[in-house]
Design a protein around this ligand. Sequence first.
Ligand code: UD1
Ligand code: UDP
Length: 369
Amino acid sequence: MRVMHIVGARPNFMKVAPVIRAMDGHPGRFQQRLVHTGQHYDYQMSALFFEELHIPQPDHNLEIGSGPHGVQTGHMLAECERVMQAERPEWVLVYGDTNSALAGSLAAAKLHIAVAHVEAGLRSFDRSMPEEVNRIVTDQVSDLLFTPSQDGDDNLAREGISPAKVRLVGNVMVDSLAAAQAQEDRLQHPIAPGLADLMARLAGHLYVLVTLHRPSNVDDPATLGAILSALVQVAGAAPVVFPVHPRTQERMKALGPARWPGGLHLFEPLGYFDFLALMRKAAVVVTDSGGVQEETTYLGVPCLTVRPNTERPITITHGTNRLAPPGGKALALAIMETLEGKGAAKHKGPPPLWDGHAAERIVRAMLDS
Ligand code: UD1
Ligand code: UDP
């Protein structure tokens, strides 16, 4: 089976790694091609994950880079079409809800190449979120839809997608996480400058880990300022560690030096193992990331998601996630309460099929298709 994986942004890499490995586990059955759109390109947003997760070098790097949605997605669409015409895969696999997934699925569908969507069916029901549009369109043009949880199947049925195309396989992000968790030696030896010292000082103490990159939180200076002031407030009581996504770095710089948050432990975006090493021992994780909501649920670490909604409701009903307001005082209060152990959901264990074997189920479903 000739398959082509399309990836491009940070969360795509944790999802593709186990699928490539699972296909490699069936010698002679798959001819795999890997396409990197170049949506993310900084070393610590891309190449670092290829090294850490042992992802093979891409066969094609489209080097699209950053840009407004139309420009970025349009360039990706044209370039994906070019490589698909050259390689003529039988299946194109796309991952998650990024512009790279949208472009890959559209290009394939127009060329009558079968599309498999890994992480299908998630819905925030909030179309102001660019990813929601990507999810809906990608699912509509997909031929096989791999869902991480039952709510995904329900959403797809409601949108008229035939259940015959849908397979509930579990969460591929957890496949990567479970494999990384087993590498204790690597987790004990952080590589980011200054992180080993900080982790030694944090050992045995309650601390907060933060990631933020949603346009709704970071693009508006007033909202970003309110979130940062909450974090500065919390930093008076507990260390706050904040690896800063490039989008957020740009927006923080634009706020000017007078409003640069003092007292936080700021880092460049971290590698996968460094981030996991911090996450697993954090007292609370404050985030707007999709993947981090899932990872904290798997690990049983309390999570506050700074958003009015989530496309991953199972992390609330089954996991340790709660929604939090993006406002200064209310957010600071929610973080402080969680630090004190108040309001945290009881860990019920990982949701069904979040067991480290989702990629194997995907591969078996493709072989049976
Ligand atoms: C993208 C995805 C989002 C995902 C996130 C994960 C879409 C619509 N958005 O958002 O779903 O949650 O990735 O991290 O696909 N930049 C750099 N270096 C890089 C990459 C980006 O400096 O390697 C900067 C650029 O200024 C760029 C900005 O970050 O304009 C945003 O990058 P982009 O990929 O457009 O969106 P993300 O916010 O990263
Ligand atoms: N992550 C990481 N380093 C960081 C922040 C996050 O390795 O500094 C990992 C995190 O553990 C998860 C993935 O990046 O596996 C989530 O990606 P991101 O938050 O960029 O995207 P989203 O999931 O929101 O689409």
